[in-house]
Design a protein around this ligand. Structure first.
Ligand code: UGA
Length: 435
C-alpha cells in the first residue's frame, strides 16, 4: 500500500467491479476483490482480467504483481480490513422490468457483520431510488456509512472512462462521507464531482442512460425520415451535432441500441416511475421505437435478399452489441438475427471476438466463409476490420451481390463499384458507384 492508499474491498467483479478494482489499485489503493464465481476470482488471482476489456489485463497483471490487487473467495478476509467496500453486483431486469435487487440485498446481508466500524459501503450497482436505504437496512449496522457512487463506464473503454471521467457522482446525506469517498479519486487530478443526496445520485445514473438511449432512438427515426425523403443522415447528424446545445456524440444511427445497460435501465426507469404513479409514456415510446428499428432492419434485410424469406440466406457480420467487446447481451445483432431465423431464413454469422452461441445461427471464423452462397451481407456491428472487406472476393462466393450496412463501416463506394446493391441506414439504396 502506498502512503495515500486506502484499503478497499470490491464485491462482485463483472465489468464494473473488475474495472473499479484494477483502476483503484492503479490510483494507489490496496484492493481486495470477492466474487461468488471461482473462475473470476481465479482469473484475478492469477493476474488476468476476468472479462475482455481493453487495457484491463495489463492493469490486473501490474497490480497483482505490485500486490495492490488480490482476490479471494473468503469474503471475511476481503471485507473485514477494508475502510471502503464497493458493491458491484448485478441488478438484472425483473419480470415487470423493474431492477431485481436480490443480489444487492444478499451481498449487503453477507457483508454487514464483517465490516469494521466506520467503514463506508459504496453502491456502484445501478439501483432504483431508495436502494441506498435498502443496503443500509440489510447491512443492519449503525456504525457504518452507505453512499451511492454510480458508474458511467462504457464497455470497450471502461478503463479510459474510469481514469478520465466526465464527472464522479457521490450520493450521501452526510458531507463528511461524500468527502471521504471523493478522496479515493484524488489522484485523478482535477475532475468534476457532483455531491448530492442518494436519490438524486441514483436518478442521475438512470436519467443519463435513458437520455442517451433517447438520442439514439431519435437519430434512428430521423435516419428513416432521411431514407423516405432523400437526405443523408451523416450530413444531418453532423449539421445538428455542431449546435453546441446538442453536441456531436451519440448521433450515429444503427440497427438499434442494446447491451447490458440501456435496455435494462430504460425499462427499470419506466417501472420505477410507474410504481411512483407517473406514466413515463415518452420513455416507453423510446423503447418501442428501438424495437421498431430491429424489426425494420430485419424486414429490409429480407427484402434485399430478393427471394422468399424461407429461401433467403443471410450472412450477418458482427454479433457483439458494439465493437470493442465480445458481449452479446441484448445485442441488436442477435435480436435481428433471431427475427431472421424466425422468418425462416438461413442465417450465418461472423464476429471477430464473440463466439457465444446464437440459436439457429451457424458461425464461421471469417467473413468470407460466413458469406458463402449468401443472398445478402448484413453488417450489424461496427468492427473496424469490416472497413477492409474485399467486395470482389465476397461477391465471388455469394449468390447475390447485396449488402445492408447498418453501421456505416464498409467501403460503400468500393462495394457499389463491384456490382453490389448497397444500403446503409439513413442513406437509401446505392447501386451506382458514382453516387
Ligand atoms: C452505457 C453507457 O454509455 C455508459 O455510460 C454506462 O456506464 C453503461 O451503459 C452502464 O450503464 O453500465 P455501454 O452499454 O457499454 O455503456 O454501451 P454504449 O457505448 O453506451 O452503447 C450502447 C448502445 O448504443 C450500443 O448498442 C451501441 O452500438 C449503440 N450506439 C451508441 C449507437 O447505435 N450509436 C451511437 O452513436 C452510440
Amino acid at each position: 500500500m502506498t502512503s495515500n492508499g486506502e484499503r478497499i474491498a470490491v464485491v462482485g467483479v463483472g465489468y464494473v467491479g473488475a474495472t473499479t478494482a484494477a483502476c483503484m489499485a492503479e490510483l494507489g489503493h490496496d484492493v481486495g476483490v470477492f466474487d461468488i464465481d471461482p473462475a473470476k476470482v481465479d482469473a484475478i488471482a492469477s493476474g488476468r482480467a476476468p472479462i475482455f476489456e481493453a487495457g484491463l489485463d495489463e492493469l490486473v497483471a501490474r497490480h497483482t504483481t505490485s500486490r495492490r490487487l488480490r482476490a479471494s473467495m473468503d469474503l471475511n478476509e476481503i471485507v473485514s480490513s477494508a475502510a471502503f467496500v464497493f458493491l458491484c453486483v448485478p441488478t438484472p431486469s425483473g419480470p415487470d422490468g423493474s431492477a431485481d435487487l436480490t443480489y444487492l440485498e444478499e451481498a449487503s446481508r453477507m457483508v454487514g457483520p464483517l465490516l469494521m466500524p466506520g467503514a463506508v459501503v459504496i453502491n456502484k450497482s445501478t439501483v432504483p431510488v431508495g436502494s441506498t436505504q435498502v443496503v443500509a437496512s440489510q447491512l443492519n449496522r449503525d456504525d457504518v456509512e452507505v453512499a451511492s457512487n454510480p458508474e458511467f463506464l462504457r464497455e470497450g473503454t471502461a478503463v479510459r472512462d474510469f481514469m478520465a471521467p466526465d464527472r464522479v457522482v457521490i450520493g450521501s446525506d452526510r458531507a463528511e462521507v461524500a468527502t471521504r469517498v471523493a478522496a479515493l479519486y484524488e489522484s485523478l487530478g482535477d475532475i468534476d464531482f457532483v455531491h448530492t443526496d442518494p436519490a438524486s445520485a441514483e436518478l442521475i445514473k438512470y436519467a443519463s442512460n435513458a437520455y442517451l438511449a433517447t438520442r439514439l432512438s431519435f437519430i434512428n427515426a430521423v435516419a428513416e425520415v432521411c431514407e423516405a425523403l432523400g437526405g443523408d443522415i451523416s450530413e444531418v447528424a453532423r449539421g445538428i451535432g455542431l449546435d453546441s446545445r446538442i453536441g456531436p456524440e451519440f448521433l450515429n444511427p444503427g440497427p438499434g441500441w442494446g447491451g447490458s445497460c440501456f435496455p435494462k435501465d430504460t425499462r427499470a426507469m419506466v417501472a420505477m416511475a410507474d410504481q411512483a404513479g407517473f406514466d413515463f409514456r415518452f420513455l416507453r415510446g423510446v423503447i418501442e421505437s428501438n424495437e421498431q428499428q430491429f424489426e425494420l432492419i430485419a424486414q429490409r434485410a429480407l427484402e434485399m435478399a430478393g427471394v422468399a424469406p424461407t429461401d433467403a440466406r443471410i450472412a450477418v457480420l458482427g454479433l457483439a452489441f458494439k465493437a470493442g467487446t465480445d458481449d452479446v447481451r441484448n445485442s441488436p445483432a442477435v435480436e435481428i438475427a433471431n427475427r431472421l431465423v424466425a422468418a425462416g431464413a438461413t442465417v450465418t454469422a461472423h464476429d471477430p471476438q464473440s463466439s457465444a452461441a446464437v440459436s439457429g445461427v451457424v458461425q464461421f471464423g471469417s467473413a468470407i466463409n460466413a458469406a458463402a452462397h449468401a443472398h445478402l451481407l448484413l453488417v450489424l456491428t461496427e468492427w473496424p476490420e469490416y472497413s477492409d472487406l474485399d467486395p470482389e472476393a465476397l461477391g465471388a462466393v455469394m449468390t447475390n451481390r447485396a449488402v445492408l450496412d447498418t453501421r456505416d463501416v464498409i467501403d460503400a463506394r468500393g462495394f457499389a463499384a463491384h456490382g453490389f446493391a448497397v444500403r446503409q441506414v439513413g442513406r437509401g439504396l446505392r447501386t451506382n458507384p458514382t453516387t
